[in-house]
Design a protein around this ligand. Structure first.
Ligand code: MG
Length: 501
């Protein structure tokens, strides 16, 4: 039994009420993005605002606080300590924020999402700007209520990645950005550079592509009794507050099949993290992935280190051909080049593994500036375009392909973007640690033997849910703190070799 302390057990009994709310709120969010008719958005926003306040009532109750201080003074095992740590974070969040602000954020976000959709469709930033101004104000207010040291952005960052600070992110980014920009420049200037691949244009039938996605995920170990895959405007993963029902989405464009496949593989990585948590953690505060950065390391591991590997492409090549008949004229080497082509792009979600990092650094720098007030919302489009030119050498022809491309700010998610880069960087470190134990993963991939990979991830990361804070989990699972050297080595090995050797 993982939880023995009386006070903790009492807390877990109380917690089931809020767990049920989380479960149903997740279902409502999944429905909003996959099923709901657009006209349902206002009432859905209301229902989410009301239930957000119910969640807040739970976390700000005197009874929970009394139980927590009783538990804190007891001798706890690591699972019980995890429960106390996670709950104290939520208690702090919800007691620091006025209920009106919590409900207002839900409503503002629901309206901002619709405004953002319209603005993006018409490529007209002015439709979204007043909503974004309100969102930035709310985030700054939140930071003041939550408290921080050194920089208000730290308060927001910590919501997604416990313990991360501007100092830490600056250190990590300054360790990788110069190397990435240098690699990009050398690749683009090289004789073997290509900015287009024929395979981007070959078409597929949606039904066949879906069959391929399903075949690949089944080979990876998907248990469709607890897992499903649908379609949405942007791929995502959602768990219904436990490991028994985890859902992903992907997208189908009718051509450029890597987009659909790699999105499904990416989301599978997120899903597996939730599916493989220790079942005994279910319905407790330590259920589920510990932070967005660690979560993204799981999706990026499957996407980049498995899905884009030559071993994977060669092994599954016959499945690709079965789904996409016109692939016949191309061999696995062509597919490998197509999956890994480096091309500075306007759009983050279409960026290759290398240009992805500058995309994130740009967003991080701009949102940090918004929060500290050194830039205004109206200055944002121009600042965006200037940084795109500086970091990637491309300038968006319009705001739809520039500052309006991502939904995150419309969702109020400021402080979220850096976790994408952390995950990409961490995934290379995880691969290194895994290979010390299992040998080269490419050999396992060639045997379609994904069991050892799943078991390693389970033992080292997944089963622990949120028991340990992210930095401690990274130390325990890889033997060291986040170390960008592995990512730099990976970039060199795959891309510099592909283009420059
Ligand atoms: Mg992801």
């Amino acid at each position: 039994m993982l939880f023995e302390n009386d006070a903790v057990r009492e807390i877990l009994r109380e917690y089931r009420r809020v767990w049920a709310l989380h479960h149903l709120r997740s279902l409502a969010e999944w429905d909003s993005d996959v099923m709901m008719p657009k006209g349902g958005s206002f009432l859905r926003g209301e229902a989410l605002a009301v239930t957000a306040n119910m969640v807040q009532d739970f976390y700000s109750s005197d009874r929970l606080r009394a139980l927590l201080s009783r538990a804190e003074n007891a001798d706890l095992n690591e699972y019980e300590q995890g429960v106390v740590r996670v709950l104290k974070r939520s208690v702090h969040y919800y007691t620091a924020l006025p209920p009106e602000l919590v409900a207002e954020e839900e409503r503002v976000v629901e309206a901002a999402k619709r405004a953002w959709e319209q603005a993006k469709e018409k490529s007209d930033f002015s439709i979204f700007a007043p909503h974004l101004e309100r969102i930035v104000d709310i985030q700054r207010e939140k930071a003041e209520h939550l408290g921080y040291e050194d920089h208000p952005y730290n308060a927001l960052l910590d919501l997604y990645e416990q313990g991360a600070t501007v100092d830490f992110i600056d250190r990590v980014f300054s360790a990788v950005l110069p190397a990435v920009r240098d690699a990009l420049k050398r690749i683009v200037d090289s004789d073997s550079y290509f900015d287009h691949h024929d395979l981007e244009n070959i078409t597929y039938e949606r039904h066949d592509m879906e069959g391929l996605n399903r075949a690949v995920l089944t080979a990876f170990g998907a248990d469709w009794n607890h897992f499903r895959m649908d379609v949405s405007a942007h791929p995502f993963t959602i768990d219904l507050a436990g490991p028994q029902d985890v859902r992903i989405t992907t997208w189908y464009h009718g051509k450029d099949f890597r987009r659909s496949l790699l999105a499904a593989i990416h989301e599978w990585g997120h899903a597996l993290y939730e599916l493989q948590q220790d079942p005994e953690l279910c319905c407790t505060p330590v259920s589920g992935g510990v932070s967005l950065g660690v979560h993204e390391s799981q999706s990026r591991f499957w996407e980049n280190h498995i899905g884009r590997s030559l071993a994977f492409i060669e092994t599954f090549y016959e499945d690709f051909r079965f789904a996409i008949s016109s692939l016949e004229a191309y061999g696995p080497e062509d597919v490998f080049k197509y999956f890994n082509m480096v091309r500075p792009e306007l759009i983050r979600v279409e960026a290759d593994e290398i240009s992805y990092i500058p995309h994130i650094v740009l967003r991080y720098e701009l949102e940090k500036a918004l929060v500290e007030g050194s830039i205004s919302v109206s200055e944002l489009p121009q600042a965006w375009n200037e940084k795109m030119e500086e970091y990637l050498g491309v300038t968006p022809p319009d705001d739809a392909r520039g500052v309006l491309q991502d939904v995150h700010w419309a969702l109020g998610s400021i402080g979220y973007f850096p976790t994408y880069a952390l995950g990409t960087i961490l995934s290379a470190q995880i691969r290194h640690a895994m290979e010390l134990d299992l040998g080269p993963i490419e050999e396992l991939i060639r045997m379609k033997n994904f069991g050892p990979i799943r078991i390693w991830l389970n033992e080292k990361i997944h089963r622990w849910g949120s028991v340990y804070p992210p930095d401690e989990l990274i130390r325990k699972s890889t033997g060291e703190e986040l170390n960008p050297d592995y990512f730099k080595k990976h970039v060199k090995e795959r891309y510099v070799r592909m283009y420059l050797s």
